[in-house]
Design a protein around this ligand. Structure first.
Ligand code: HEM
Length: 194
């Protein structure tokens, strides 16, 4: 089977890591009910990028990343834009590869991330209706399987990610992150530099 060029693996691994971070940020948005407090889009608190004095008013500054409704939701939005943009560029990059699985999974990944972002925006604008919020909340766990599947396809030989599979057991997400995703990312970066 054709292997994807080594330079694709770190981007695929970075997308996977960003999705994990985004799911954690989403948990904070939901936990703080920040979607009910800041319910406008594309502006938040009246600006695309809110003022520093609002984003970092809590002391020490790092607590804003877990306790400040504005900062947590702003970070969730920014990571979403970054993810959608990165996944689109990565899909365009993969479009020139011979490996059909790499091309198809990169396009599917960009599509599910875009869909997830649209669901998030609708959840916000419609004041967090339960069905939409649940769809937006639960689907990333299933969608985490897409970045993992794609990262495995792009993986250099010897990666700790198991053979491509689209299933992720929610109960073992912690184990997947510590035993597979983080070691895989390091392996992909090392293989690219070798
Ligand atoms: C790639 C994109 C995204 C991913 C993977 C994602 C993921 C998540 C997850 C996993 C949760 C819930 C976590 C939990 O309850 O444990 C969540 C909550 C939320 N997200 Fe996103 N999200 C994305 C984009 C967005 C965008 C673009 C917006 C809006 C601009 C948004 C708005 C929200 C809101 C308002 C909640 C809280 C819903 C509630 O209170 O139940 N999300 N997100």
């Amino acid at each position: 089977m054709a292997r994807s060029p080594r330079r694709l693996a770190p981007t695929a691994a970075a997308i996977l890591l960003l999705v994990v971070a985004q799911i954690a940020l989403g948990g904070l948005v939901a936990g703080l009910k920040a979607g009910l407090i800041y319910d406008t889009w594309p502006l938040i608190d009246g600006a695309f990028i809110p003022g520093r004095e609002h984003l970092f008013f809590l002391q020490p500054a790092w607590t804003n990343l877990i306790d400040n409704h504005l900062t947590v939701q702003f970070a969730h939005r920014m990571v979403a834009y970054l993810l959608v943009g990165l996944a689109a560029l990565h899909a365009a990059d993969c479009a020139y590869q011979d490996d059909a699985r790499c091309r198809a999974s990169a396009v599917a990944l960009a599509f599910v991330l875009l869909l997830q972002a649209v669901l998030g925006i609708l959840t916000l604008l419609l004041h967090v209706p339960i069905l939409l919020a649940l769809t937006h909340q639960r689907s990333p766990w299933r969608r985490l399987s897409w970045p993992r599947f794609h990262a495995q396809i792009c993986a250099p030989a010897g990666s700790p990610l198991p053979t491509a599979s689209r299933g992720v057991d929610r109960a073992s997400v912690g184990g997947v992150i510590t035993r597979q995703i983080i070691p895989h990312t390091l392996h992909a970066v090392r293989a690219m530099r070798a």
